[in-house]
Design a binder for this molecule. Structure first.
Ligand code: NAD
Ligand code: LMR
Length: 445
């Protein structure tokens, strides 16, 4: 029995997801006991707002765990077992531009897909590599669990530029979709589901979905439901779901009909129906505005309320339930060598039989003390393989652009992407993005 107590640092301490994650960690102390929790951020003021509220939460609920927040990398990354990567380089200001610049030219404007996703990926690469370097310098035995986007591009940069680093790139979108599948089938949660899934990040398909306990094949039931309703559950399940997400989960019905052998990751909407996305977007009010008006306002408002009240009693995360349990499950699996199955973004190495070994793919993997062991998922369908080849080439070209400081590689990444109709449009979008990204991108020549 492992009786070690763990030290965790959250990089991006000022993230809107931080308080919920902290409460999940506290709730899991019997499963994943901790001795220290630290936050690291490069925006002291933003982090302080979350940090001061979390100080009160920790004092009330887990006084045995030492807590601090800092902007000093040495302090943050020394003596840690796990680094959680939750940064947003350029914050919501840059996400807003990622969304709005492409829409000006009639192109999909979205956080992690299309030109916005590639722009965001290029911003994230140097910051994530820097965090890995600090981790390796100050805590060489630590693992980094990264969910900072754009995951597919970050994972390709890690594969190429930090080979062997103890970094695992993960995403919660398939878990959200699987939780919906569980609800549709009358099960409690995604934990009750066994699955075979393959693809790239925000770009994948379920081949198999089963009841974990009984082995029952749930695909026929799900297909019948999804054809009509997508992954929209409705009722109590969806009482807090924002309008843009409602549209997203309902749109899965059309995605499914295009490829009825498998069930799609809901992000396929951006690649199958880019014109629909643009037609339904408001170029002056995008998802960023929705988050600033909703999630960010709620999170920072609640932190302020906790600090003023001097207590975290009855906080919103206690009431609304938490959504980051899977991250605790993942660090628990690594710490306790459980070899549980989760999805990971990693080098293919045969996991999808008809994709190149060096493709970054999102596939099931066993998580343990030695990191991840990707599982074989079989052959990708012809349709899926064609889509993946195009998309992963875009992702590789973004990393080429980073390494070579190449304008042309970034332009090729945009021109190749399924969401952009024409290389001249790609050029206009890129040329608008370069000056605003100057503080974060290498100079592209
Ligand atoms: P946020 O803007 O609320 O918080 C991000 C924090 O990162 C900010 O406090 C910011 O100051 C900080 N930051 C930016 N650059 C930094 C750097 N170089 N070093 C240290 N800190 C830095 O963002 P959020 O909405 O909470 O999202 C956080 C990340 O998680 C994003 O990358 C988002 O895309 C990602 N995300 C991933 C998943 C997933 O499952 N893969 C799901 C949701 C969000
Ligand atoms: C986020 O929650 O910020 C994104 O990762 C997904 C979204 O648009 O809500």
């Amino acid at each position: 029995m492992n009786d070690k107590k763990y030290s965790v640092v959250i990089a991006g301490g000022g993230s809107t997801f931080t308080p919920g994650f902290v409460l999940d960690l506290i709730k899991s102390q019997d499963k994943f006991p901790m001795r220290e929790l630290k936050f690291y951020d490069n925006d002291a003021e933003r982090q302080k707002k979350i940090g001061e509220a979390v100080k009160i939460i920790m004092k009330e609920r887990a006084p045995q765990i030492k807590f601090s927040y800092t902007t000093d990398p040495r302090e943050a990354f020394t003596d840690v077992d796990f680094v959680m990567g939750s940064i947003r380089v350029g914050k919501y200001h840059m996400r807003s531009l990622d969304e709005k610049i492409p829409l000006k030219y009639g192109v999909n404007g979205q956080e992690t897909t299309g030109p916005g996703g590639m722009a965001y990926g290029l911003r994230s690469i140097p910051a994530i590599l820097q965090i890995i370097d600090w981790m390796q310098e100050y805590s060489p035995n630590a693992w980094m669990i990264n969910y900072s986007n754009t995951i597919a591009i970050v994972a390709e940069a890690c594969r190429r530029l930090r080979p062997g680093a103890k970094v695992i790139n993960i995403c919660d979108m398939p878990i959200d979709d699987m939780d919906r599948m569980a609800a549709i089938c009358g099960l409690n949660s995604w934990h009750d589901i066994d699955f075979n899934y393959y693809g790239l990040n925000h770009f994948g398909w379920w081949k198999e979905v089963r009841n974990k306990k009984t082995g029952e094949d749930l695909m026929p039931k799900l297909k019948e439901y999804v054809r009509e309703h997508g992954y929209w559950v409705g009722g109590d399940y969806d009482k807090d779901t924002e309008p843009s997400w409602e549209a997203t989960f309902k749109k899965v019905a059309d995605e499914y009909k295009l490829e009825p052998e498998t069930l799609p990751n809901n992000y396929m909407q951006y690649y199958y129906f880019p014109q629909y996305e643009v037609a339904n977007a408001d170029p002056n009010h995008t998802r960023t505005d929705e988050i600033l008006e909703h999630r960010q306002k709620i999170v920072f408002g609640e932190c302020e309320r906790i600090v003023e009240a001097g207590t975290a009693k009855d906080n919103i995360w206690d009431i609304s339930g938490l959504h980051s349990e899977y991250i605790v499950d993942i660090i628990h699996a690594i710490a306790f060598n459980t070899h549980e199955k989760f999805l990971a973004n990693c080098a293919n190495d045969g996991a999808i039989a008809n994709m190149d070994p060096d493709s970054i793919v999102e596939v099931p993997a066993l998580f343990g003390a030695d990191g991840i062991q990707p599982m074989a998922t079989g052959m990708a369908g012809r349709f899926q393989r064609g889509l993946m080849m195009e998309q992963q080439t875009c992702e590789k070209l973004v990393v080429d652009a980073y390494v070579e400081h190449s304008y042309n590689k970034m332009l090729q990444a945009f021109a190749l992407n399924k969401t952009i109709p024409d290389a001249s449009v790609a050029k206009k979008i890129l040329d608008d993005m370069i000056p605003v990204n100057a503080p974060y991108w290498p100079e592209l020549k």
